[in-house]
Design a protein around this ligand. Structure first.
Ligand code: HEC
Length: 124
């Protein structure tokens, strides 16, 4: 009885340890992924450009509002309200240029346009 209990305890301990290790590995890999993307010349260029939110708003209405709503409130695509609190700038850029989450298409904005979009998204 006692023995069985301690076996269970050890199993639980191992599972907790495994979960913690996976969590750590996962958070490191996302930090590493951001680090690698941050070294990309396009991303670097966007991040060092000052965006104009008014321009960004215009670009948004032409390209994004059909899915994300006129003010980013969400339609076919999710609401982008305070999206910059959930996603880093690098991830926001990745979301727009990667085309990895269909039906959202892949966009190819110039670094200036991307910086404008970013400054608009950060105000949502
Ligand atoms: C054809 C519809 C469509 C268009 C056009 C579109 N999106 Fe999206 N977008 C989506 C969908 C659907 C998702 C959810 C993708 C997923 O995570 O699976 C999404 C997700 C996002 C996200 C991540 C939201 C979050 O909560 O993590 C951002 C940021 C975003 N879109 C920005 C943009 C911007 C900026 C544009 C214009 C340049 C744009 N989208 C154009 C459909 C669209």
């Amino acid at each position: 009885m006692n023995n069985q209990l301690s076996v269970t305890a050890i199993t639980i301990q191992r599972l907790v340890l495994l979960a913690l290790t996976l969590l750590l590995a996962f958070s490191f890999s996302s930090v590493a992924a951001d680090w690698v993307r941050g070294a990309d010349p396009y991303v670097k260029n966007v991040l060092s450009t000052t965006g104009d939110p008014m321009q960004g708003h215009a670009i948004f209405q032409m390209n994004c509002a059909g899915c994300h709503g006129w003010k980013g409130e969400g339609k076919v695509g999710p609401s982008l309200c305070s999206v910059s609190k959930r996603k880093s700038r690098i991830r926001l850029i990745e979301q727009v240029i990667s085309g990895k989450t269909p039906p959202m298409p892949q966009f190819k904005p110039s670094p200036q346009e991307m910086a404008d979009l970013l400054s608009y998204l950060e105000g949502l």
